[in-house]
Design a protein around this ligand. Structure first.
Ligand code: GRF
Length: 196
């Protein structure tokens, strides 16, 4: 399957997906990476792996590019923009997102990047984690594919916690993409069933 990845930052999730297609067990290939940030290091990572890397901020153009590359799966990997209902409907049930918390906690508007981990620490929860979900019309709200917990340690700060959560993000994102490419995910209402 052709995988299109949308990024905004450093691209460690993108790197993990690329590695998963090259050395891991993802039966797919990343054939285009699009960023809304011109200097996102994620674009460099794409170039280093001979993958077309495109800076684009206009959503209609992004949709056109994804269609031109015949993308079968769109992955939002650290993509810090909310996509429109039109975008969602163009790729219904073919867009997945990784969020660095256990949805529905610490998600939705304003909760992104380090802010999530600071809110987790400030609230005093004992566990956080990461969530991979299908994207629907409401931010961070679509059917959940996979989650994995991360213990919050007493001496954690947002930086140390984000590092441990990021490792878990890479793991469950790759696993979710592997399952999608093997057509092992089925959505029933809000629930996603894994037919391994
Ligand atoms: C990180 O905050 C990560 O938790 C979230 O997006 C941000 C950047 O990730 N998913 P990446 O290193 O650009 O993939």
């Amino acid at each position: 399957l052709n995988i299109g990845v949308l990024v905004s930052g450093g691209g460690t999730n993108l790197q993990s997906i690329i590695d998963g297609t090259k050395f891991g067990n993802i039966k797919g290939n990343v054939n285009v990476v699009i960023s809304n940030k011109e200097n996102a290091y994620a674009l460099q990572r794409a170039k280093h792996n001979d993958i077309d890397a495109i800076y684009e901020t206009n959503e209609d153009k992004i949709i056109e590019i994804l269609k031109k590359y015949k993308v079968d799966l769109v992955v939002l990997a650290g993509y810090l923009k909310i996509i429109s209902p039109k975008f969602v409907s163009e790729f219904k049930d073919k867009i997945i997102n990784i969020h660095p918390s256990l949805i529905p906690s610490f998600c939705g508007g304003g909760y992104y990047g380090e802010k999530v981990h600071q809110a987790v620490i400030d609230y005093g929860v004992k566990f956080t984690g990461a969530t991979v979900h299908f994207v629907d019309e409401v931010a961070d709200n679509g059917p959940i594919i996979m989650q994995k917990t991360v213990e919050v340690k007493q001496d954690d700060d947002a930086k140390t916690l984000s590092k441990r959560v990021l490792e878990v993000e890479h793991k469950i994102l790759n696993e979710s993409i592997r399952l999608f490419c093997e057509n092992k995910l089925s959505i029933q209402g809000r629930r996603v069933f894994i037919n391994e």
